[in-house]
Design a protein around this ligand. Sequence first.
Ligand SMILES: NC(=O)c1ccc[n+]([C@@H]2O[C@H](COP(=O)([O-])OP(=O)(O)OC[C@H]3O[C@@H](n4cnc5c(N)ncnc54)[C@H](O)[C@@H]3O)[C@@H](O)[C@H]2O)c1
Length: 248
Amino acid sequence: MGLKGKIAIVTGSATGIGKATAILFAKNGAVPVIADIDISGAEQVKKEIEKIGISTAAIEVDVSDVDAIKDMVNSVVDRFGTVDILVNNAAVVHDTAIEDIDENEWDRIMAINLKSVFFCTQQVLPYMIKKRWGRIINLSSIAGRMGGYAGGLGYTASKAGIIGLTMGFARRVAEHNITVNVIAPGPTKTEILKNIPEERMAKVIDLIPLKRLGRPENIGETVVFLATEGADFITGAVIDVNGGIFMG
Ligand SMILES: NC(=O)c1ccc[n+]([C@@H]2O[C@H](COP(=O)([O-])OP(=O)(O)OC[C@H]3O[C@@H](n4cnc5c(N)ncnc54)[C@H](O)[C@@H]3O)[C@@H](O)[C@H]2O)c1
């Protein structure tokens, strides 16, 4: 697959889709760096990856903080020499009603979910440009494709913003042989759904033609594919992985 030894930063990989992605990268010979605000969770994932036989690093980072992003990328480059793949996966949800969202909440969601995607990408690009190879894979959501079935509009806006940002970066860095794509998962069984009441979840599952939630590995497999040589003509694409709930 051409992934052996490739250095892949996966943000938000202490759990959920990021963790599944990191493990799948390791199984395919890449070196996934576990970057998360939850350092104890990240250390656990690092241990699991080392059992697969890949030596890696767990890094504590708050992706809403641009200085922390710079420190993260510098420490990856100090340890591994470069960055080949970036997966912008870290995000938070909120479920606040329109009338109750205040400026602080709006800014916090945007900083974690959207500003982070711009600055993580900005910081890794020089290394990818230097070697004329790079893969950037961003995690949007069905919410960014069609407004979402529930949840706060800050989340929806941040996830729609990631789609525009992906296309903008894809056009600007294509000349350096760097691809930038975005995956829009549908409801997927992770901690992010933990506060959604069971009856509401049952209604959502009923809307999914494949009649089940996604597994984190369903999304992780797609991320890994986009990083391989087999995907080298795909850029600026939005890949829906959602059991058929939205066909755009
Ligand atoms: N699970 C779903 O149903 C679903 C659906 C559509 C899109 N997505 C997207 O997939 C991605 C992964 O979601 P998930 O379901 O695995 O979520 P999750 O809540 O299970 O994992 C998110 C991870 O991000 C980390 N994180 C949160 N804030 C951070 C910060 N400021 N800095 C660094 N790390 C931070 C958390 O510690 C956690 O490890 C997200 O971008 C999410 O929006 C998920």
